[in-house]
Structures are given as structure tokens and as C-alpha cells.
Design a protein around this ligand. Sequence first.
Ligand SMILES: [Fe+2]
Length: 156
Amino acid sequence: MAHFVWSSDLDTGIDVIDDQHRQIIAMINGLEDARRGVSSTTVADIIEQLVDYTISHFAFEESLMEEAGYVFCRAHKRVHEVFIKRVESLRTRFREGENVTDELGQTLGRWLVSHIRSDDRNYVEVVNRNLKKITSDHSHEGWLARAKRTFFGRRG
Ligand SMILES: [Fe+2]
């Protein structure tokens, strides 16, 4: 599997989201390196981290949409839920000894890229407007930092 290459059209313009999307892509590329044996981290470790991080990212993104009062938040959440089931079943198969490393990386990478270009694009305006409000209103100070801590712990 070739490495996924980030292109600027994948940037939503919401820095905190773009950083997380880039991180997921970097982890998928790291998985490929581990699969080829050119990484000191094991495939198993990367798969665990990659799936956990992706699930945390979805929860974080959902909290941004909720906070912004995005009208299609529930539908977007549903899309995440369905995909999480797919990825978790691949992780289970991997844990049971099946060779699904390539399939997992490809599935996640391809899905993410098309999801960013469609579903994610639709919330950008509303979320961005709300984030600007949150960060300029001092009573909300630290909301973003708190949300990061909640969903990522020290990995945010
Ligand atoms: Fe999303």
C-alpha cells in the first residue's frame, strides 16, 4: 500500500480538526511502515493506537458540532457510529490473528479522505463561527483545551 499524501484541499480550515485528521493519516502511514518492517513500533501497537485515536477524534468532532448547534449533528454522528463498527470489527479480526492490516489502513484512509471532502465540509462554517465566539468570549475560555483533554487525555 502506498502512503497517503495530505493535500491542502483536505484542510477544513479548523486547525484543531485538521491537526487530528493529519495525525490519523500519519498513523496510517506509520502502520504501512510497520507492516513493511521499517518501523520500531509493532503493527499491533499502531492498530490499537490508530483505532482508539480515530474514535476519540470522532467524539471530539461531535462535541464541536453539538456545541455549535449544528443541525445535522445527529446524522453525522450516525455516520461515525456505522464506520466505528466497521473499523472495530477489523481490529477484532486482527486481534484474532487474521491478516487485515492492509485492509484496515486502506479502509480507514479512503473513508477518511472522502468523509472530510463531504460530511466534514458541511459543518465547517457553523463550527468555525462558534469557535471564534468561544475563543473571544472569556467566560468560555479553556473550552477547547478541556474538550481536548476529555477526548484525548494527554494524546490531544
Ligand atoms: Fe466527521
